[in-house]
Ligand binder design. Structure first.
Ligand code: ADP
Ligand code: MG
Length: 419
């Protein structure tokens, strides 16, 4: 029978595997000890996909897999960087006179965080030396990019005494710097869910994130208990290893279509349309009437996904909260089917993995993250996750796909200092 690779999360803490790897790389490359080590998690979104940039709702949990950053401040504007992904090739940049898109390659993410903080009113941010070590799979839809930018943001907050990491409002400013780094320095569009998850999730909880821009840091999140163990459940994450390429224009196209639709519907964003529909006496006919105002079939399907998906988030929270895992699983399924048929962001690997998990007895399964590759999640009874992972792997062998890798996820903690 097929064996499945399981991803291993490194242990946390000052002497944990993550901090040790980052510290050792720092010592090897720069010949001294770092001033500290910080870490931030990757995430999976439970439900509410492609809703963040529509001012909608989403429900991520932090993963146990994290990115660790060992760092020291400098007194000049130079930045020196090295990653365990390419330990023999440290890179350099300079913050002095830096412009948007002025750094290329992976260095754009960490350098972009410092650049964004400087522009956001923190001129005390200077250059720094940094070594990264990560057990978050890269490009798998589990948000290695936000894990990196959020760990760096928290490191810079401490190194330059910005005083932002200790409370929610401060963390929101660090999140904004992480988003700006990704959008404006790395040139990768991101709606903000990943960075909020990495900075604000709590262990044992899912984060109900309300992306309406008018909400402040106190009112845009709610911690929702998500105790899988007490529920007798497992959340299986499977990285399909299908190519995940968000910057080939598909993601931006979806965003542009949503913006056009909001404009045609005379609302600021599709969340406003979703609230009208979901709050109507008869939501299905309200949705039908709304969609009739749109000019083409593709746009109607995109909008139908966003509006129905926003509605599914609170229904999932409610179902899970009262122990109705059958309904919770059906909502996962409905989410995936909508992303496949209406939003058209799945791919054969995602659809097959989801189908195999459902056939294997999961309550429900869906793609998670931006799509076009990446990962799926499945909700299953405790102890069933590894069987499901094997069944997915067998399906992949029969289809000639790459071998997937799996992780049994528990909701973990936000970005923090490790040592
Ligand atoms: P995802 O966030 O889903 O993993 P993205 O395409 O958003 O995928 O981000 C992946 C990119 O982030 C990589 O191509 C690389 O540039 C950068 N990256 C992430 N983690 C690391 C790391 N530990 N070291 C160097 N670069 C990294
Ligand atoms: Mg990313």
């Amino acid at each position: 029978t097929t064996t499945v690779e399981f991803m291993q999360a490194w242990t946390q803490g000052a002497d944990g595997q993550g901090a040790t790897k980052a510290r050792e790389l720092f010592q090897k490359v720069y010949g001294e000890d770092p001033q500290g080590v910080w870490s931030a998690p990757g995430r999976v979104n439970l439900i509410g996909e492609h809703t963040d940039y529509n001012a909608g709702l989403c429900l991520p949990i932090a993963l146990p897999t994290r990115t660790y950053v060992a760092a020291s401040p400098r007194t000049d504007s130079r930045v020196r960087l090295v990653s365990t992904m390419d330990p023999e090739h440290p890179v350099q940049a300079d913050l002095d006179g830096l412009q948007a898109r002025g750094v290329s390659g992976w260095a754009a993410y960490p350098v972009g965080v410092a650049w964004a903080l400087q522009r956001d009113g923190f001129p005390q941010v200077q250059g720094f030396d940094l070594a990264l070590a990560s057990c978050v799979p890269v490009g798998s839809g589990l948000s290695s990019s936000a894990a990196m930018t959020c760990a760096v943001a928290l490191a810079l907050d401490d190194l330059f005494a910005l005083g932002l990491g200790g409370d929610e409002a401060g963390r929101v400013r660090l999140i904004q710097a992480a988003i700006t780094a990704e959008n404006d320095m790395a040139g990768a569009s991101t709606g903000g869910m990943d960075q909020s998850a990495s900075m604000r999730c709590r262990s044992g909880c899912a984060l109900r994130l309300d992306c309406r821009p008018e909400l402040d840091a106190m009112s845009n999140v709610r911690q929702v208990p998500f105790d899988l163990e007490a529920a007798g459940l497992e959340l299986l994450v499977v990285d399909t290893r299908a190519q995940h390429q968000l910057n080939d224009g598909q993601y931006d196209q979806r965003r542009a279509t949503c913006e056009q639709a909001a404009h045609l519907l005379r609302v600021a964003n599709l969340r406003q349309a979703a609230d009208q529909v979901n709050g109507a006496a008869d939501p299905p006919s309200a949705l039908a009437a709304l969609l009739e105002q749109l000019p083409d079939e593709t746009m109607r399907r995109r909008v139908r996904h966003v509006i129905s998906e926003i509605g599914r988030v609170d229904r999932f929270i409610e179902a899970f909260g009262r122990g109705d895992y059958v309904l919770a699983g059906r909502l996962f399924n409905a989410s995936h089917d909508s992303l496949r048929d209406d939003y058209e962001v799945t791919c054969p690997e995602l659809d097959e993995a989801v189908d195999a998990a459902r056939q294997g007895g999961a309550y429900g399964a869906r793609m998670t993250g931006g799509g076009f590759g990446g990962s799926i999640i499945a909700l299953a009874d405790a102890g069933k996750g590894s069987d499901l992972a094997r069944e997915i792997a067998e399906r992949f062998v029969s289809k000639g796909f790459k071998s997937p890798r799996a992780l049994i996820a528990l909701p973990s903690s936000a970005a923090a200092r490790e040592s």
